[in-house]
Design a protein around this ligand. Structure first.
Ligand SMILES: Nc1ncnc2c1ncn2[C@@H]1O[C@H](COP(=O)(O)OP(=O)(O)OP(=O)(O)O)[C@@H](O)[C@H]1O
Length: 106
């Protein structure tokens, strides 16, 4: 399988999950007051207000390439299996800013 196909499949998995409402899509413009709170191997983590109603942690990615996309899909699949547990941080959805995808956590 070529890299392009992997990229396409992974991208399609996210689009399909959003279309089928397994993952909620948030408009990036609904967030404000970003504050950097941490960083990991794939990118930075921000705290931001959503519609001035609620705060979320937003996980951003330095480089949204095929490897990162595969990691995002893998993390979302694992989260789906374990998100019933109180000690597991839930993924609330996904948003997109320019070329950088961001996953949200409460
Ligand atoms: N939901 C959250 N609430 C508060 N802080 C968070 C949250 N998620 C991540 N952080 C902060 O951001 C840092 C980086 O988190 P992230 O999940 O990106 O990386 P990691 O899992 O620690 O490392 P890697 O990405 O290399 O596996 C954490 O160590 C933590 O300080």
């Amino acid at each position: 399988m070529s890299d392009n196909i992997i990229m396409h499949d992974t991208d399609e998995w996210i689009k399909e999950a959003i279309n089928k409402e397994h993952i909620k899509y948030y408009e990036y413009s609904e967030f404000s007051d970003f504050k950097e709170i941490g960083s990991g191997g794939f990118g930075k983590v921000y705290r931001a207000n959503w519609k001035n109603l609620k705060c979320f942690a937003l996980k951003s990615f330095f480089n949204l390439n095929k490897v990162t996309l595969k990691e995002i899909v893998c993390e979302l699949k694992i989260q789906r299996e374990v998100d019933y547990h109180d000690n597991i941080i839930r993924c609330h959805g996904i948003t997109k800013f320019e070329s950088a995808g961001i996953i949200m956590i409460p």
